[in-house]
Design a protein around this ligand. Sequence first.
Ligand code: F6R
Length: 249
Amino acid sequence: MSIAAAREVAQVLNAKPNAVLGMATGSTPLGLYQELVRMYARRELDFSHVTTFNLDEYVGLPVSHPQSYHHFMHEHFFRHVNIPPQNVHIPSGTTTNYAAFCDWYEQRIREAGGIDLQILGIGSDGHIAFNEPGSSLSSRTRLKTLAKSTIDDNARFFKERDEVPIYAITMGVGTILEARRVLLLATGKNKAGAVAAAVEGPVASMITASALQMHPNTQVLLDEEAASSLKMRDYYDWVQEKKPNAPKV
Ligand code: F6R
């Protein structure tokens, strides 16, 4: 899955070296970032004109905190590739004025020309970024209270559950839907229900990933386990098999 995702990112960068990438954190995109770092080391990719916007950040964690998304991105990706630091954007979890910061973040995305490719994971509750169940499907970057199930899911990264932040700054569903292309990645059995609800269920704010059904160019990349609850699995395999012979559009 990670290699397939890296190929998609490479295709975007080859077509547009100054592409704007939307980045996700968490366990899911780790393999993708490792693969992109490998491709960069083999000189197959150049990030010198790339701009990035991360989806979200915990509120209250300083950038140096080992579980902050700033730290995650630096450790797993940015310090290994040549994206100019001034082109990297990650929501601030320590600003004094969240509303003003969120407006500025949206404005920066617009000024950069919008996001060409947004990488997404999915929460076990169907969230994208930290748009928890019930989030408006036209929401913009804002402060959100995390669902208890998300706090439980993310407690694995912290010593104590009590240390998991309760609030986050997150791009909205509406912000994500404006990306020109979206890659949704998921692995593991615990994502199977959310993936099936997002892909095959009704479009509903209770599963914010389902809003991607309304997006004109979203690709879902899954491992076997994450795909295991899809009802139309045979059809998707059939489509992939027949794709090479389809008339070119
Ligand atoms: C992270 C993010 C979240 C995660 C999701 C899945 O930036 O936006 O929506 O993608 O919670 O997390 P993992 O990949 O750790 O299972």
